[in-house]
Structures are given as C-alpha cells and as structure tokens.
Ligand binder design. Structure first.
Ligand SMILES: *Cc1c(COP(=O)(O)O)cnc(C)c1O
Length: 422
C-alpha cells in the first residue's frame, strides 16, 4: 500500500488506555528504569546487587532441593502428563495441596475447595475478576504489593487504600478500614506474612480483621504467598481459621516457600463453611473465570505431591538463612543516619526503611535516591512510591549472604557520601 493511502486509511481497532494505567502500577515497570540506570553492569570487580525485587531462586544458597527437580523429571518421563488437565487442576495435585494445608495449619481443607492457578498472580487475576462488578470497590493495604492495584485498575474495581501501621508491627488500621467501607465494598486484601513490610499477624489481629469484614459485609482475600516463611516471635496463622466468621479466599504459591517462581503454580483456597459465596454467586464466578483462563502446565501439577512432601530440613534451612539475613539487614540499616526501620520483619523476604531526606544533600525523593544509588553503587532498591508509600524504600534480604553484606556496605557508603554537611 502507498504511504499516502496508509495515512488516510481508518482501521477499526485501537489500544485501551486502561492497560497502560494498569501496567504503570507494576514493579516490573519501575525495575526497567532502575536497571537502565545501572552503570557497573559490565564491571566484574563490582557486580550488580539487586535488592529491589525478591527472587532468591537465582542464588546458590537458595538453590531448590534436588527432590523438587526429581519430582518434575519423573512426571515428564512417565509420559502420563502430556495431556490437557481440568480447568481447576489435576485431582492428585489439588488433593496434595488440601492435605498439605490441613496438616500444616491444623485445618480441614477439602479437595473441592482447592483450585490450582498459573502462579499466585493468576490467583489474584481470577479473584479480582470474579469480584469486579460496576460500582464495586476493594480495600487494599498501603503499602502493598502493587499487582493488586494493577489488576483492580484493569477490572475497573475502585481502589480504596487503608493504612498499615508501621509503629504497630504493620497491623491493619481497622479504624481507617471502618471509615472507608461502604455498601459497595466487596473485599479487603491482607498480605500475611507481608510484602513489603514483613509483618506476621497474630491470631487476635486476624480475628479482628474477620469481625470487621463481617460487620460491613465484605469478604477477606488472604494473600498467603509467604505462608510459613515466618522466623520471628509471632508464628504464621492462616486466615482460613476464621472462615466461619467471614468467607475467606486465600492464595498460595510455589514461588516463595519452595522458591520455584518460574514453575508458575499457585492455588486459591475457598474457606466458607456457611456457604455464603455459593449463595451470592461468587463461587460460580470463580469457577467460570478458571474455565476461561489458562491452567498451569500439567506435568508441573503432577510434581506437586512430591514437592509438598519434601523433607522438613529444606524448610528449616531456608528459615535459618532468612533469619540470619534479616538480623544483618536490620542491624546495618539502623546504623545509617538517614534511615528509620520501625519494624524488624518477622516473615517474608522484605524490609521497609523510611528515608529522612532532610539529612541528605541533593536527593529529592525515594525514586531519585534509587536511581542515583543504582548509578553510583550498582545496587537496586525499590522506591516506596511503587508500593504507595513515598520516601520509603523496600529491600529484599533473600539474597546470597555475601551479596547482602556487600550491598549494605555500598548503601551505607552512598548515604554517607550524600549526607548533608552541617
Ligand atoms: C510473589 C507474590 C505473589 C505470587 O507470585 P507468583 O510469582 O505469581 O506466584 C502474590 N502475592 C504477593 C504478595 C507476592 O509477593
């Protein structure tokens, strides 16, 4: 076709702005900018240290156990799992998840309540899609895991942010929740153990959240992607224990405890002994949503029974590594004058640090801090704006210990170099 003709030709399709708006929330978008700013990427004496996002699977200390690899190899070699699977997962994998959760949390999880998804993010996709209806709103934590904002924006669910209280172990500000909720509030999302805060909620606090949700008539989405990655004094308790107070939709994933994010398997567990979700059509919506979305690879599902029955020492080794890493991070970060750490994480892979800009020269905000840090020290941190909390920083401590120590040293050097001279 001639160029002149192309200009006057009118096609019938066009991109939707909502996509751009939704993706602007994702961590990936910010990481791209930070990575573009890394200068030392090709200097072998000064390797890049990525503390902005959590993926310990790339480090030798966190290498997934051979048992997990064998599970997949066996599944592939059996030639029994080259087939399509049912839309909510193959029965033996769902049963393995139900048994694992029942044993792990002293619950009675039925196989019918477990639905497999292509990773935790797909579980979020399904839940928010099933809940979105015109005019509905959802309560999301601030700071939070921004994929929820992205997905809610995409589904045109109105977002209302409730505060987490940094001085109170990042608990949910329930008074704030009460002021935000109305007749159109469909759900509250809680992340426990938390990303980005490393919070681990007590049984009592979870119960209060459940009671508040019941009072206002919305359900609880419990993001338990970091379930059992708790290493502090408060043990992890699943929100599933409160299903008789309020319907609970919880999600889990192989990405964190088993450190297999690339295998893309997660699950939704429905805890609703009173059958409320069935009555209000949400259960059918979730099932329909699973029917029209892609499922995890069948051979990986087939490996799940083996994965979830891995010997205990795999778990204790990870916790030992994380405990050591959080101790070092918390101590070192607190020594840096322009940082405040209100809370030492009791779980998860991240710590939040507040930036005191008045002690720094020539740094305008958290994003500026992260860009300059990447440029000068080849270290990445995630700016708080990405999680809704400006002038904070998120650091992952789930990295090789030697890299963590090197990274903390460079952060310290950077802060001292940019300190305001009095
Ligand atoms: C990592 C994560 C998930 C799930 O991630 P997948 O990699 O998709 O399994 C869900 N919620 C939170 C808070 C996470 O950090």
């Amino acid at each position: 076709m001639e160029e002149e003709e192309e200009g006057s030709m009118k096609w019938n399709f066009k991109g939707d702005e909502i996509m751009k708006k939704a993706s602007s929330w994702t961590i990936r978008t910010i990481l791209k900018t930070l990575i573009a700013n890394l200068k030392g990427a090709d200097d072998p004496t000064r390797p890049v240290i990525q503390l902005a996002h959590g993926d310990p699977s790339v480090f030798p200390s966190f290498r997934p156990s051979k048992v997990l690899e064998d599970g997949l190899i066996e599944a592939v070699q059996s030639a029994k799992f080259n087939c399509y699977g049912p839309s909510n997962g193959i029965p033996q994998a769902r049963r393995a998840v139900a048994e694992y959760l029942s044993k792990n949390q002293q619950l009675e999880v039925s196989v019918d309540d477990v639905h497999l998804t292509a990773g935790g993010r797909h579980a979020i996709d399904v839940l928010l899609t099933a809940l979105a209806h015109p005019g509905a709103n959802i309560l999301l934590p601030k700071p939070g895991y921004p994929f929820y904002e992205a997905r809610a924006t995409f589904s045109r669910l109105e977002i209302r942010h409730y505060d987490l209280l940094g001085e109170q172990a990042w608990e949910v500000d329930l008074h704030h929740v009460e002021t935000l909720a109305d007749k159109s509030t469909v759900a509250i999302v809680i992340t426990n153990p938390g990303n980005p805060c490393g919070n681990v909620y007590t049984y009592e606090h979870l119960q209060k959240i459940a009671e508040t949700a019941r009072k206002h008539g919305f359900l609880v989405i419990a993001d338990e992607a970091y379930a059992n990655l708790d290493f502090g004094s408060t043990p992890f308790v699943s929100m599933q224990h409160f299903g008789s107070i309020v319907p609970v939709l919880s999600l889990g994933s192989l990405s964190k405890r088993w450190m297999l994010p690339g295998w893309r398997v997660g699950w939704i567990v429905i805890t609703d002994p009173n059958g409320i979700l069935q009555k209000y059509g949400i259960l059918d919506s979730i099932k329909s949503c699973l029917d029209i979305s892609p499922d995890p690879a069948t051979c990986i599902q087939a490996a799940i029974p083996k994965i979830l029955n891995i010997p205990e020492d795999f778990y204790s080794r990870t916790l030992h590594l994380l405990r050591e890493a959080v101790d070092i991070s918390y101590d070192r970060l607190r020594e840096i004058p322009c940082f405040t750490c209100p809370y030492k994480p009791g779980g998860g892979m991240f710590i939040m640090v507040k930036l005191n800009l008045s002690l720094l020269e020539g740094i305008i905000d958290d994003m500026d801090f992260c860009l300059k840090l990447a440029g000068e020290e080849s270290v990445t941190l995630l700016p708080g704006v990405a999680m809704g909390l400006k002038n904070w920083l998120r650091l992952t401590f789930a990295v090789e210990l030697s890299s963590l120590q090197d990274g903390l040293q460079r952060i310290r050097a950077f802060c001292l170099r940019h300190e305001k001279k009095l």
